[in-house]
Ligand binder design. Structure first.
Ligand SMILES: [Zn+2]
Length: 152
């Protein structure tokens, strides 16, 4: 008992809290292990405007540029004007985020998407990126008709 047991309890409670946050879904605010939300910082390619991309099959600069252009298209569709693309996008194996198909994390900003839902999920998460969160989809941007509603 004493200090060691209290420390174990603190650690367990901390990770339970993080687990609950993780289960809450997209628009997350917490970086659980200060390691790009547990995904690490490695990337395959970087677009001309700085977007870093990692995909199951190593990404190319053209793919990173494609993601930058989609972000610009979504941003202008909803009436925001940004030249800066999302900083980091990771495409993961189909089904690995189930039941979700995409997640947005802030601080540091990260978009993670299921490769089976690639563009649809990405466009949705770009809205979360523009809003820097909004996990409950309360912003009027969701009614813009610019993106589809998905489990993400
Ligand atoms: Zn969402």
């Amino acid at each position: 008992m004493g200090v060691a047991r209290q420390r174990v309890t603190e650690v367990v409670m901390r990770y339970l809290g993080l687990l609950l946050v993780a289960l809450a879904g997209c628009g997350l605010q917490v970086d659980p292990v200060d390691n790009n939300h547990g995904y690490g910082w490695q990337y395959d390619a970087q677009g001309p405007r700085g977007l870093k991309l990692r995909t199951p099959m190593p990404a190319t600069e053209q793919q990173a540029s494609f993601y930058e252009n989609i972000a610009s298209t979504v941003a202008s569709c909803v009436g925001t004007n940004t030249e800066t693309p999302p900083p980091f996008v990771i495409v993961v194996a189909a089904g690995s985020l189930a039941p979700r198909v995409g997640n947005y994390y802030s601080d540091p900003q990260l978009i993670v998407i299921d490769e089976g839902w690639e563009v649809i999920a990405y466009e949705h998460e770009v809205i979360h990126w523009i809003l820097n969160g909004d996990p409950d989809h309360t912003s009027t941007l969701w009614q813009s008709g610019c993106v589809l509603s998905i489990p993400g």
